[in-house]
Ligand binder design. Structure first.
Ligand code: GTP
Ligand code: SPV
Ligand code: MN
Length: 583
């Protein structure tokens, strides 16, 4: 399939290490995919779902201890610890390779090794990067065929001499004590062992498209971000694009596929991407352009309904893999927050009989669907544009019960970088560990930045200088709560009301209120028509309370203290301004 010597040499080396019985190249054909589906069903690795109701759909359960990304077992192995920075786990690369080689040694004996060449980005795009993942899991192969452009096309893309990210995955016995997700940025290499779950093993996604790509972007003058990309079409038919960075399970997929509220007639939202954006400055017009490097959605299932996210639901009706959801007796799927009421009888994610009186959840809170992006009814006509789409606004956001208002605008680029750098959010089930704890998560990249985060902030500031027509930067919070713990903002489709204000600000069409944290909407400039929401609630959503902010600033400073002299002066200046504004 290729004459690329770098590929062939590396492959021989890896074969000598993992010692597979067979090697199978993934060519990207439907025939090979169908044969692999059959094989996975025969071995029990996958379950065929009801093919009449869910054509081409399959089901997979992971091990009970292997249901989310494992941040404490994820490493950035740069030559020095300093390069990985205070927010990443680090090991000495040579020692780490030695340790991992022992785990990988003979790990595929008697088994098949699949070679998956894949492109992140569309074919021939100047943004694109190629990776090759070696894995012993058919589940990984079938997921990668949905999430990336995989097969011969990727080998054609690198040709005889091109470079690629070297990705090695072995499932082993999914031993959590020996689970490692390791990145060697300088070697353009990723090794993952003892997991078979999502972000730990679909190495094109978080490992390549964020951790390795953020490092490459830093070196090459572009950006890899944990951002959705969407287009908003107004009643005049004009489409404007925005990106938004929210932490895992904080609403990217939902926002990317938003359905406008009934009162906003003539508006449409087009999905370009739901999780990752690669951004470059276009020298021709001086704007920042974004592509979605992925080919599918690896979305959170629970909470997905025709009310919350109809477009996601429709995307999962064919050729989709469901992981750790609940299976009904008719071979269809169900999860908490589904349209249908709880099934009277079903099999839960742990493969146990489930009935509605059970206290346990039928689907794991981080259960997921892997669906082709092309299935999405609102996929943008530009989603595969090799040059990307021009970005008017960048949005940061997270889950904050009290502190952050519904929306505010940064005063300028550097202030916007500060707003991103001081982001915080309550933790979710997307990563192993406690849920609901506030943690600082700059740009939603804390678990995904492949180098020192102080350098990353600096890179953001430097990029700003290189963009003649900078996007405006905003912060949103859909998760503000009232005294009973209830969400104050309806969210979902109604978030378009906020996006609309954001675009009006970009166009200089509306004024704003200047506050210590930035510009807030004047109440009358938010289109709230048809919304059943009281004036008091809106006032609360738009309030900036000094006592919460003083506490938050203390948290920001404590976090920044970790960065020492790597914290850019521009960030320190913004911090001083914020403190002064609240004094
Ligand atoms: P990852 O795939 O982990 O990166 O997650 P994500 O950021 O794409 O999050 P997703 O859109 O899947 O949403 C996660 C959860 O947040 C779901 O349970 C949604 O129902 C909920 N959610 C999304 N948008 C809103 C909103 O506007 N308001 C409220 N209250 N909940 C929301
Ligand atoms: C996330 O956790 O941000 C995800 C899911 O998008 S995973 O691919 O597991 O990282
Ligand atoms: Mn994500």
């Amino acid at each position: 399939m290729t004459n690329n010597k770098k590929v062939l040499t590396w492959l021989e080396e890896m074969k000598a290490l993992v010692k597979p019985a067979n090697v199978v190249w993934i060519d990207g054909s439907d025939e090979q995919r169908d044969a692999l589906r059959k094989e996975a069903v025969a071995s029990g690795e996958m379950i065929e779902l009801n093919q009449e109701k869910l054509p081409g759909c399959y089901y997979h359960r992971t091990a009970e201890n292997d249901v989310a990304r494992v941040e404490d077992r994820t490493f950035i192995c740069t030559p020095t610890e300093e390069e990985a920075g205070p927010t990443n786990n680090w090991m000495d690369p040579a020692k780490c390779y030695d340790m991992l080689k022992k785990l990988f040694d003979g790990s595929m004996q008697g088994r098949t090794m699949y070679v998956i060449p894949f492109i992140m980005g569309s074919k021939g795009s100047p943004f694109s990067k190629v990776g090759i993942e070696l894995t012993d899991s058919i589940y990984v192969v079938l997921n990668m065929l949905i999430m990336t452009r995989a097969g011969q096309c990727a080998l054609d893309e690198i040709g005889e001499n091109g470079d690629f990210t070297k990705c090695l995955h072995a499932k082993k016995d999914v031993d959590p004590e020996n689970r490692y997700i390791v990145h060697f940025p300088q070697d353009n290499t990723i090794w993952s062992v003892n997991s078979a779950y999502g972000g730990n093993v679909l190495l094109g996604k978080k490992c390549l498209a964020l951790r390795i790509a953020s490092y490459l972007g830093w070196k090459e003058g572009w950006m890899a971000e944990h951002m959705l990309i969407l287009g908003i079409e107004n009643p005049q038919g004009e489409v404007r694009y925005i990106t938004a960075a929210f932490p895992s399970a904080c609403g990217k997929t939902n926002l990317a596929m938003l359905i406008p509220p009934a009162t906003m007639k003539g508006y449409k939202v087009w999905t370009v991407g739901d999780d990752i954006a690669w951004l470059r400055v276009n020298p021709a017009d001086g704007k920042l352009y974004a592509i979605n490097p992925e080919f599918g959605f690896f979305g959170v299932a629970p909470g997905t309904s025709s009310k919350s996210n109809k477009n996601a639901l429709i995307s999962t009706q064919k050729n989709t893999i469901f992981t750790n959801v609940c299976v009904r007796d008719d071979g269809t799927v169900w999860w908490e927050g589904h349209d249908d009421p709880a099934p009277q009888h079903a099999t839960d994610w742990l493969d146990k009989e489930w009935t509605p009186d059970k206290e346990t959840k039928a689907a794991h809170p981080n259960s997921r669907f892997t669906a082709p992006a092309a299935n999405c009814p609102c996929i943008s006509s530009e989603w595969e544009n090799p040059n990307g789409v021009p970005i008017s606004a960048i949005i940061f956001g997270g889950r904050r019960a009290k502190t952050a208002p519904l929306v505010y605008q940064a005063r300028d680029w550097n202030h916007g970088v500060f707003v991103g750098a001081t982001m915080a959010s309550e933790t979710t089930a997307a990563a192993a560990g406690a849920v609901g704890v506030v943690r600082r998560d700059p740009m939603a990249m804390l678990p995904f930045c492949g180098y020192h985060m102080g350098e990353y902030f600096k890179h953001w500031i430097e990029m700003g200088k290189k963009i003649p027509h900078q996007p405006k930067i905003f912060h949103v919070n859909w998760f503000r709560r009232g005294d009973q713990g209830e969400f104050l903002w309806p969210g979902f489709g109604d978030n378009l009301r906020v996006l609309n204000w954001i675009l009006e600000r970009c166009d200089g069409k509306v004024d704003a209120v200047e506050t210590p944290i930035g510009y807030l909407p004047k109440k009358e400039d938010l289109d709230l028509s048809g919304l059943d929401i009281s004036d008091e609630v809106i006032d609360e959503l738009l309030s900036v309370k000094k006592e919460y902010w003083v506490e938050d600033i203390a948290g920001q400073k404590e976090f920044f203290a970790k960065f020492g002299d790597k914290l850019p002066q521009e960030i320190k200046d913004e911090m001083a301004k914020l403190e002064k504004n609240f004094a």
